[in-house]
Design a protein around this ligand. Structure first.
Ligand code: DQA
Length: 151
């Protein structure tokens, strides 16, 4: 659809292990299944979701560098990089796009090191501990943010 907002959904380290990994924190869906659900949320909201996943921090950084030309906004779940990667922080700053951080689990109620996010200052909001629903909330928030700018 022309004019539809394009939103990149970027999964980072260890998220390809969803479905096999601590279901009490992350649920039982695989990453493929999660992405199909996110596609459904995007269709309902009326945005286009695109996907990127990697276990390599440098690839995540380079993808962020390329985004400015490709999409209107970004949803990030960088996994454990969230808590310490200033490289990803700086790359998100380079991307200069509206961003929302999503975590499936309630990182604020887990180990102290998980309660820190080095990207939150660059995000419109952070959606934490809402499971897959968190991605719907993130897409809706970015849709409203972008629509507000267009108005
Ligand atoms: C996570 C939380 C991180 O602390 C963890 O390292 C992950 C997943 C989440 O979605 O809850 O890999 O980002």
């Amino acid at each position: 659809m022309p004019g539809t907002f394009r939103i990149e959904v970027m999964h980072g380290v260890n998220l390809d292990m969803l479905g096999k990994r601590e279901p009490e924190h992350y649920g039982t869906l695989t990453l493929d299944e999660l992405e199909r659900q996110i596609e459904g949320f995007a269709a309902e909201i009326g945005v286009e979701a695109r996907f990127f996943r990697t276990n390599f921090e440098g690839e995540y950084v380079e993808h962020l560098h390329s985004l400015r030309e490709l999409v209107d906004a970004v949803v990030l779940n960088p996994g454990a990089w969230t808590h310490y990667s200033w490289a990803i922080h700086d790359a998100l700053e380079v991307a200069a796009l509206p961003a929302v951080e999503v975590h499936l689990s309630d990182v604020k109620a887990r180990e102290p090191w998980r309660q820190v996010s080095v990207i939150e200052d660059l995000c419109v909001t952070s959606v934490i501990g809402r499971g897959i629903e968190g991605y719907r909330l993130a897409l809706a928030r970015l849709h409203d943010e972008l629509a507000g700018r267009d108005a």
